[in-house]
Design a protein around this ligand. Structure first.
Ligand SMILES: Nc1nc2c(ncn2[C@@H]2O[C@H](COP(=O)(O)OP(=O)(O)O)[C@@H](O)[C@H]2O)c(=O)[nH]1
Ligand SMILES: [Mg+2]
Length: 210
C-alpha cells in the first residue's frame, strides 16, 4: 500500500511556510483553496510528533518536553498539494489569562479561514477526554467541520487498557456515532497508514472539487 494513502507526494518537498502568532498573520501567504489538515488538541498530546511521523521526519515540527511554550499556528506546505497545520495546544494550566486570550483569538481566526479544512482532534489514549477536549469536539461537531479523532500515545497502554479506553472514547456522549477514531503511536508508527488514508481522501475530494 502507498504509505500516503493513495496520494502521490514528494515528502522531500515539505516546508514550513507560515508561523502565525497573531490573527492578522492568517491566512498570510496560504493559498486558501489548498486543503489544510490541522492538528488540534491539548498541549503535550502529541500534535508535533504526529506531523513529524506523517512526514517521516525526526524534528521538522518542534517536539517539546515543556508544554505550552509557544502560541503559534505553524503551517507546512506538503509538496504543493496540502498544508499540515500545527495548531497551538490548549489546556496548559500555567497559562495566564492574556495567553489564553491570545490562543482563543488566534485559533478562532484559523477556524474562520475560507477553503477546505480537515481537523485531526488528538486525544491521549491513556488519559482519555479532558473537559477541554470535550469542548473542542462539541465545537467541531456543532460547527459542521470535518474531523477525525486520533487517540495518541497508544504505545503507552497495554491491549486491555487500549480496548477499554477506545470503547470509552467511542461511547462518550460528546463523540458523534460516525466519528472515526484512530489509535496512533508516534513511537511505533502504528496508525499512521490509517491517518494518511483519511487525509488523502479529504485532499483528493477537495482537490477535484476546485
Ligand atoms: N510514548 C509516546 N510519547 C509520545 C508520543 N507522541 C508524543 N510523545 C511525547 O509527548 C511529548 C509531547 O509531544 P509533542 O509532539 O511535543 O506534543 P504537542 O505539544 O501536542 O505538540 C513529547 O515528550 C513526545 O516525545 C507517542 O506516540 N508515544
Ligand atoms: Mg507541539
Amino acid at each position: 500500500m502507498n504509505e500516503n494513502g493513495g496520494l502521490k507526494l514528494n515528502l522531500n518537498k515539505v516546508n514550513l511556510v507560515l508561523t502565525a502568532g497573531l490573527p492578522s498573520q492568517l491566512p498570510g501567504i496560504l493559498r486558501t483553496n489548498m486543503p489544510r489538515i490541522a492538528m488540534c488538541g491539548r498541549s503535550n498530546v502529541g500534535k508535533s510528533s504526529l506531523i513529524n511521523k506523517l512526514l517521516s521526519r525526526k524534528s521538522l515540527a518542534r517536539v517539546s518536553a515543556e508544554p505550552g511554550k509557544t502560541i503559534t499556528v505553524n503551517c507546512y506546505d506538503v509538496d504543493g498539494k496540502m498544508y499540515l497545520v500545527d495548531l497551538p495546544g490548549y489546556g496548559y494550566a500555567k497559562r495566564s489569562f492574556d495567553e489564553r486570550n491570545k490562543w482563543k483569538k488566534l485559533v478562532d481566526k484559523y477556524f474562520s479561514l475560507d477553503g477546505p479544512g480537515l481537523y485531526l482532534q488528538l486525544v491521549d489514549l491513556k488519559v482519555g477526554l479532558t473537559k477541554d477536549d470535550k469542548d473542542m469536539i462539541s465545537f467541531l461537531d456543532g460547527s459542521g467541520l470535518p474531523f477525525a479523532i486520533v487517540a495518541t500515545k497508544s504505545d503507552k497502554v497495554n491491549a486491555t487498557e487500549r480496548e477499554k479506553n477506545l470503547k470509552a472514547l467511542e461511547n462518550d456522549e460528546t463523540v458523534p456515532e460516525d466519528a472515526e477514531i484512530i489509535p496512533f503511536s508516534a513511537k511505533t508508527g502504528a496508525g499512521a497508514g490509517e491517518i494518511w488514508r483519511i487525509i488523502s481522501e479529504f485532499v483528493e475530494f477537495n482537490t477535484n472539487a476546485n
